[in-house]
Design a protein around this ligand. Structure first.
Ligand SMILES: [Mn+2]
Length: 380
């Protein structure tokens, strides 16, 4: 929506450094989607490197960063060797040439082994599809990903030998039972993953997951998403952002969720014109970013009044959306408010709608094709 999140990123990383010091953290895991785009801006790159440099001189002596579906492999990979000198392990693709099994030493002793599995792209999944332990009913995708985890688990197990140390895994995927916030992208096209805590949880003592934006545990205490550090859409405006602090006493685990201070609130308000105007009048924090969901008989007039009122009050409204039922009634007067609110898939769906296609199968095939193309563009 044309707004920078730079201040929020700064505030979060500053807070995170303090927490890492204060809690005496040995290992920081970042479970993917370091950047939102394959070509991050200069300020974002600078922030990333500055943060890692500061970490190198802190008490947190190990960092593991995996690539998510939004990250460009090339961008993360370029400084990989350099960062390794700072004890920062960056795992980008998980292909045959990349070692994902990382030993965590402290005071000369092996303290833990991490299977740092990144978002597995199609070509990597295909490499592990010949897994022998799978049953025929599972999709090839699920089989490939499970096969990959079993392979790294076996490697890690060998490193542990008979030592009683924690085995940790990472992952960047949607697991069965995970709650999404509607702003995450479908990452595997044309296939639903059948991977849950029963699978991941049985191999590993802790599983640090990324991709879903909501902090949550999946089925078991030791399979968790950290969630995103800042709300990434208005649908996340009421969910608390957190980091997970995981403590091991040999293999005994305890997890604490720590709230990340909210630098800039997001707020969704709903209703007709009168109720929205009165709610706007009560907003105290002028830094709040606001999204309005309008249900009003005269949305065009209401939209204008809301914009004028917010200007008068010095408030920042990022979007006024017409509630769906109202939208269909008033399609002629106010079709789409702003292209900023739509993602490419929304635009394509709207275009499809105009054609009134009767063949549902054709419609689905077109959608699937479109998603595949978008995915290819985003991953290139
Ligand atoms: Mn992701």
């Amino acid at each position: 929506m044309g707004k920078s999140r730079e201040e929020e990123h700064h505030a979060f990383l500053k807070w995170l450094l303090e927490i890492l010091e204060h809690e005496n953290i040995d290992l920081l895991i970042v479970a993917g989607d370091v950047f939102d785009t394959g070509t991050p801006s200069n300020y974002a790159l600078e922030l990333y490197y500055n943060f890692l440099t500061k970490l190198a001189t802190s008490s947190c002596s190990h960092v593991i960063i995996i690539a998510g579906n939004h990250d460009s492999i090339a961008t993360l990979k370029a400084p990989k060797q350099l960062l390794k000198a700072l004890n920062v392990h960056v795992i980008t693709s998980g292909d045959e040439n990349e070692n994902e099994v990382i030993e965590i030493h402290k005071g000369g002793r092996l303290e833990a082994v991490v299977c740092a599995v990144p978002f597995l792209r199609d070509y990597v999944v295909r490499q592990s599809m010949s897994g022998e332990t799978m049953n025929d009913k599972e999709s090839a995708l699920t089989q490939g990903i499970k096969g990959h985890y079993i392979k790294v688990y076996a490697e890690a197990k060998e490193l542990c030998a008979d030592q009683d140390i924690p085995l940790i895994a990472t992952g960047h995927l949607t697991t069965v039972g995970g709650r999404s916030s509607e702003s995450e992208r479908d990452i595997y096209i044309g296939g639903t993953l059948d991977i849950g805590s029963d699978f991941l949880g049985k191999y590993f003592d802790y599983v640090a997951l990324g991709h879903l934006h909501i902090n949550q545990k999946i089925g078991e205490e030791h399979v968790r998403y950290s969630g995103s550090p800042i709300p990434l859409s208005f649908s996340e405006s009421t969910s608390k952002k957190r980091v997970n602090i995981v403590e091991f006493d040999n293999k005994d685990l305890s997890v604490r969720e720590i709230d990340i201070p909210l630098y800039r609130p997001l707020l969704v308000i709903r209703g007709d014109l009168d109720s929205i105007l009165s709610e706007l009048g009560q907003i105290e924090n002028k830094e709040t970013w606001i999204e309005v969901h309008l249900s009003d008989d005269n949305p065009f007039y209401a939209n204008q009044s809301i914009r004028e009122k917010s200007e008068e009050l010095g408030l920042i409204i990022l979007a006024v959306k017409i509630d769906k039922t109202e939208a269909s009634l008033s399609r002629k007067s106010l079709n789409v408010i702003s292209l900023d609110e739509l993602n490419p898939l929304d635009v394509f769906e709207r275009r499809l709608e105009q054609d009134n296609l009767e063949d549902e199968g054709l419609k689905e095939a077109l959608l699937l094709q479109f998603k595949t193309v978008v995915n290819e563009v985003e991953q290139s």
